[in-house]
Design a protein around this ligand. Structure first.
Ligand code: ADP
Length: 250
């Protein structure tokens, strides 16, 4: 652990009703990292995120955020979470873009305090940064998948997070929108200094975008620069012998 360490995962084990899903997971994340988490379906990626967020308690081991156990860490708003595919009820709820983004400010401002000028400015900045300010009055149900994705990221940004956690953000958006989307995430990481954790199914994207990868299949299979680990040998270790290994331009 160094001074720059934000998240420290130490020897985490977790099972659902006796079924072991994570085994001896140890790694840390430093400020400014762009980390991609890959691995087969059921490999434990979402479970690991839920433990990092303090939503699940490990059987043994622990997670420290800025050196404090996650349950005791009170500044939860510093972690912005964009869950996998938003549920239909959230999409068709009759709320405007601005209302959804504003709701992301609540954890930082508190439920009962009124919006201050600073809160309003943070919401405005989040919409501007995400390129959705012009759509503020539209109902979220009327947006495209790519636009909606930006609204949910803007909602996370409204809390001015230090870390942004994205669970399979490319799901449900077309290729052109995906390219723009990853340029946007790169901007958040490079220019705004936000630490990004990204779960992805798309090894090709991960290979080209992130600075560090973490391969998870119950155990930690690899952790380090994509160039070193996105190789046939490691991908077979991670996904099994049947995997077809095609990384474009790699
Ligand atoms: P991934 O995100 O890598 O696809 P998950 O963390 O969602 O993996 O799931 C890991 C394993 O835990 C899977 O076998 C899944 O079926 C199981 N699992 C996930 N959530 C639950 C739950 N709430 N109760 C029981 N088993 C679960």
């Amino acid at each position: 652990m160094t001074e720059k360490t934000i998240i420290d995962v130490q020897g985490v084990n977790f099972s659902y009703e006796g079924n072991k899903v994570l085994e001896e997971i140890t790694f840390s994340i430093e400020k400014g990292e762009y980390l991609g988490i890959i691995g087969p379906n059921g490999g434990g990626k979402t479970t690991l995120f839920r433990i990092i967020l303090g939503l699940l308690e490990p059987d043994s081991g622990r997670v420290l955020i800025h050196g404090k156990p996650v349950r005791e860490f009170s500044e939860k708003f510093l972690i912005g979470y964009v869950p996998q595919r938003t549920t239909p009820s959230e999409i068709y709820f009759p709320a405007t873009v601005e209302e959804v983004v504003k709701s992301g400010r609540t954890p930082r401002k508190g439920l009962f305090r009124r919006f201050s000028r600073e809160d309003v400015q943070a919401v405005e900045r989040a919409m501007e940064t995400s390129g959705i300010a012009a759509q503020r009055g539209r109902l979220i149900g009327s947006l495209s998948g790519g636009e909606r994705q930006r609204v949910f990221i803007a909602r996370a940004l409204a809390g001015e997070p230090e870390i942004l956690i994205l669970d399979e953000p490319e799901a449900g958006i077309d290729l052109t929108a995906q390219e723009k989307f990853y340029t946007f995430i790169e901007h958040l990481n490079n220019d705004l200094g936000i630490t990004v954790l990204l779960i992805s199914h798309d090894i090709d994207v991960v290979a080209h975008q992130v600075k560090t990868i973490l391969c998870l299949n119950r155990r930690l299979v690899c952790h380090g620069p994509p160039k070193k680990f996105i190789t046939e040998e490691y991908m077979q270790k991670l996904y099994g012998k049947q995997v077809r290994f095609i990384i474009h331009g790699h």
